[in-house]
Write a protein that binds this ligand. Structure first.
Ligand code: ADP
Length: 378
């Protein structure tokens, strides 16, 4: 005799024992269960994740399967013929606030980018550590998971995106006062490097830098985005201040190389974000080590230095990226998608950084939502 199908109540009861590993609540309370079906063919569950880049997908899937089997056993039934878990994703709005002004609410009228769910800045204590490389690969990597992603080159003193995204042959376009983003490699991007002479961009200072950032950020037709990644200038300067006063940032990623002298600069970048009221999501270690063609690994700069620094500062470590000649070549050629060749070690390290960043953004959004004041009427 075939096993009796589990009732929908039984499946819900099973799902309410499965915790989201990051948000530490069960999937039912978190309203992540979108659909449940149960019949003789088996059980089908649709789960809505808080990001399509969720690195916890497999774990959630196996926890659901185990909980449903356990429920069937508890009822004295055999396990369902099949258990299918489908995932969808809806990136939740970031809890970012605009520093020192307006009503401070991300969703409020003072937010100049209401169609963007999460804004994440990428910063570094100094130039040349791979900040733009991480920004580009974070944006492209998140888009590969299905997210709608924008990338803003806020490094107005030395914009790298025209090269790294291969924008040279694409003409800039505007409708009235609105800039049309460059749609390449699955993302929407904007850079001052395509709007003014690159040599001129270098001499921008103070109020001009402020205005340039504001125009690029708020006059670009981004449309609906899950993530807007902002590639900041290196160091601790005007643009970061302008950004924090203008946009509700969900958080910042700090990129550094492992040497001790580089870590001191990275600490300064962390403190700058803290002073600006921007939560630091974590640290990425770039140029961690060099991996030769034969797989031998050479530790050039002291691999692990950034992870240790993140630990001592109480910050999440978002992953390490090795020195990889392909990464440099694809940056120079403007072909970032080639970094994600299936099964390559480089792709794995970049995907890990994307997943961990998305994860920290989801955790920050969820914990802020829990802290929202609720009105109790007696
Ligand atoms: P920043 O934005 O911090 O100034 P970039 O991202 O422009 O740094 O990187 C500087 C140079 O180093 C670029 O030519 C880039 O292609 C190269 N690069 C960055 N990270 C790596 C890496 N992990 N492996 C190989 N080359 C890299």
């Amino acid at each position: 005799m075939p096993p009796m199908p589990l009732s929908l109540e039984d499946v819900h009861a099973a799902l309410s024992t499965v915790q989201d590993p990051d948000l530490k609540q069960d999937l039912v309370s978190l309203r992540m269960i979108r659909a449940v079906e149960s019949d003789l063919a088996g059980v089908r569950v649709t789960v809505e994740l808080t990001t399509p880049a969720c690195p916890m997908k497999e774990r959630i899937q196996s926890d659901i399967e185990a909980a449903i089997r356990a429920k069937a056993a508890e009822l004295g039934e055999g396990p369902p013929a099949t258990i299918v878990v489908n995932f969808t994703a809806d990136v939740r709005r970031g809890a970012g606030r605009v520093a020192g002004g307006g009503d401070g609410s991300a969703a409020g009228s003072s937010n100049p980018l209401p169609t963007v769910r999460q804004i994440v800045a990428v910063g570094a204590g100094k130039g040349g550590v791979g900040k733009s490389t991480v920004s580009v690969n974070l944006a492209v990597g998140l888009a590969r998971t299905g997210a709608r992603v924008g990338l803003l080159d806020a490094d107005i003193y030395g914009p790298s995106l025209p090269t790294m995204l291969g924008l040279e042959q694409i003409p800039a376009a505007a409708k009235g006062n609105t800039l049309m983003p460059f749609e390449v490699h699955g993302i929407k991007s904007m850079t001052i490097g395509k709007l003014v002479d690159a040599d001129k961009a270098l001499i921008w200072r103070g109020p001009m830098a402020h205005r340039a950032f504001q125009q690029l950020a708020t006059q670009t037709e981004w449309g609906e985005l899950d993530y807007l990644v902002i590639d900041l200038p290196p160091g601790t300067g005007d643009v970061a201040l302008t950004m924090s006063q203008l946009l509700p940032l969900s958080g910042a990623v700090v990129v550094c190389t492992p040497q001790r002298v580089a870590l001191d600069d990275a600490r300064r970048a962390v403190r700058m974000f803290e002073q600006l009221g921007i939560p630091v999501l974590g640290v990425v270690e770039n140029m961690s080590s060099f991996v030769a063609d034969d797989g031998r690994e050479f530790d050039l700069f002291g691999k692990g230095g950034a992870e240790t620094m993140a630990g001592t500062m109480g910050l999440p470590f978002l992953g390490s990226i090795p020195i990889h000649p392909e990464l440099r070549i694809h940056s120079d050629d403007g072909t970032p998608l080639l970094n994600f060749r299936a099964g390559s070690a480089l792709a794995r390290s970049l995907e890990h950084v994307c997943g961990e960043t998305a994860r920290q953004l989801s955790i920050a959004a969820a914990s802020a939502a829990l802290k929202q004041p609720t009105l109790t009427v007696r």
